[in-house]
Write a protein that binds this ligand. Structure first.
Ligand code: GDP
Length: 312
């Protein structure tokens, strides 16, 4: 197996209003993704401002930033228990999670389901306590509440040993010591690189693309979003569509995309380990595998189960 040291795949778990969008924004800015293309920056910010004016906070489903040459894919998780298996699918794409918690409110019950699933999958967590500039912050108690929650959710010893970052997302500052001084989010980026494992893959294996979401574009039609579990995706490539373990049809991939910032960009190739999307597979659905016609290998079907933890 090979390791993609140039890549990290991370899911954010956060209660609404705890600062996920603000933090993701600050991470985008500080990773310098926009410096190379200011026009893109303006466009993205315009749309963000517009959404904010309408009172809707948006966080792209997939955001990618680059820090010290490492691409960090950040995937949003639904902030609630769902019945469609979306939590499962999202967690299947990542190698670790970031739990973002408001420094005053502490962890709230709605994030419990997603965190429990992530811990049960053995994913390593990073804890980020945000809004540390609030005068009514309760840092020690909130951290205690987070430990209690992890213990309650049967976290392993290793998972309980989670790194903790303290952030003021509005100011774009992350600290390892809440009483220390900082200027930027570098400590957070460094923690992501060290605490979230690089994805591993078999370089000799044929294409396996796990479809976790669908998007639609007027230009190319249905776009399958997911993870390149093995092999590589290239536009023009012949592939097969596998549903519930059975090959059901052939397709030629028309477009292949990766994520950069909040944008979906056309790519010539996307290698195993990365999060990507692909057009040209008309009947594709969530949970399907897009595979190699010479050696179609279905990925395990994602079971859609009902949450066992009631919403409080
Ligand atoms: P989301 O729903 O988790 O995406 O939360 P947002 O990023 O939209 O933030 C919710 C609110 O908290 C907004 O009014 C933000 O300006 C505010 N906020 C986010 N981060 C901080 C922070 O570090 N300090 C303070 N004081 N406010 C913050």
């Amino acid at each position: 197996m090979h390791k993609r040291e140039d890549l990290r795949n991370l899911a954010i778990i956060a209660h609404v209003d705890h600062g996920k969008t603000t933090l993701a924004d600050a991470m985008l800015w500080q990773s310098g993704i926009f410096r190379a293309n200011e026009q893109v920056a303006e466009r993205v910010l315009d749309s963000l401002d517009l959404e904010r004016e309408k009172g809707i906070t948006i966080m792209a489903k997939n955001t990618a930033i680059t820090y010290r040459g490492v691409k960090i894919n950040i995937v949003d998780t639904p902030g609630h228990a769902d019945f469609g298996g979306e939590v499962e699918r999202t967690l299947n794409m990542v190698d670790g999670v970031m739990l973002l918690v408001d420094a005053t409110e502490g962890p709230l019950p709605q994030t419990r389901f997603v965190l429990g699933k992530a811990l049960a999958k053995g994913l390593p967590p990073i804890v980020v306590i945000n809004k540390i500039d609030r005068p009514d912050r309760r840092l020690d108690q909130v951290l205690e509440e987070i430990y209690d929650l992890f213990i309650d959710l049967d976290a392993t010893e290793e998972q309980l040993d989670f790194p903790v970052l303290y952030t003021n997302a509005k100011a774009g500052i992350a600290l390892t010591d809440p009483n220390g001084q900082g200027q930027d989010l570098a400590p957070l980026f460094e923690t992501i690189l060290s605490a979230i494992p690089a994805p591993v893959y078999d370089p000799a294996a044929p294409l396996q693309f796990l479809v976790t979401n669908l998007e639609y574009s007027d230009y190319v039609g249905i776009i399958a979003v997911g993870k390149v579990v093995s092999g590589a995706l290239r536009p023009g490539q012949d592939a097969v569509l596998i549903k519930r373990g059975e090959t059901v049809g052939k397709a030629r991939l028309s477009q292949v995309y990766t994520y950069e910032g909040l944008q979906r960009l056309s790519a010539d190739v996307v290698q195993a380990g990365d999060i990507a999307s692909v057009a040209g597979v008309p009947d594709v659905f969530i949970g399907d595998t897009i595979g190699d016609p010479e050696d179609p290998r279905p990925l395990p079907v994602i079971t859609v189960e009902e949450p066992t933890i009631a919403m409080v």
